[in-house]
Ligand binder design. Structure first.
Ligand code: I3S
Length: 130
């Protein structure tokens, strides 16, 4: 349904708050650093924005809330529910890019994380057809 406001060029769109941490880059393991992010899915790219709380007091402004921290190309990526050994948190997704970056994505409310899971799976499938 290309006329829906949740689509852009045939790709799904969504935005919301999630908890995330990058755990690997180019296949190399990184130390976890869980932070909350304004997360946007647009045009097959998932963008995690910087946590406004990480900005020093006094310099905070609306613009600080939309500074990208990580942009993740979903083409060729995989997403699965993380196994228990990956995190003690509940409802954790594991997103792996085709370039060997890995992210954990988490939210306590099951319905919210389920919606993200579904839309990311559908987007990855859609990108496979292009
Ligand atoms: O996989 P880990 O090492 O148990 O992950 C935990 C650590 O990253 C921890 O930080 P420190 O290494 O600074 O202690 C975080 O505070 C925890 O949240 C991490 O574990 P969870 O289970 O929350 O993903």
């Amino acid at each position: 349904n290309r006329s829906s406001d949740s689509h852009h060029g045939g790709l799904l769109e969504k935005a919301g708050i999630l908890n995330k941490t990058k755990v690997a880059e180019h296949g190399k393991k990184l130390r976890k650093n869980w932070t909350q992010s304004w997360t946007v899915l647009h045009g097959g790219v998932l963008t995690f924005h910087k946590d406004p709380k990480s900005t020093p007091a006094g310099t905070a402004s609306k613009t600080n809330q939309i500074v990208p921290e990580y942009t993740v190309e979903l083409r060729g990526a995989t997403i699965t529910w993380a196994t228990k050994d990956k995190s003690s948190k509940k409802h954790v997704l594991e997103l792996k890019t085709r370039h060997g970056s890995e992210y954990l994505i988490q939210y306590d409310t099951e319905s919210i994380i389920n919606d993200w899971y579904k839309i990311i799976v559908d987007t990855i499938k859609q990108l496979d057809f292009d």
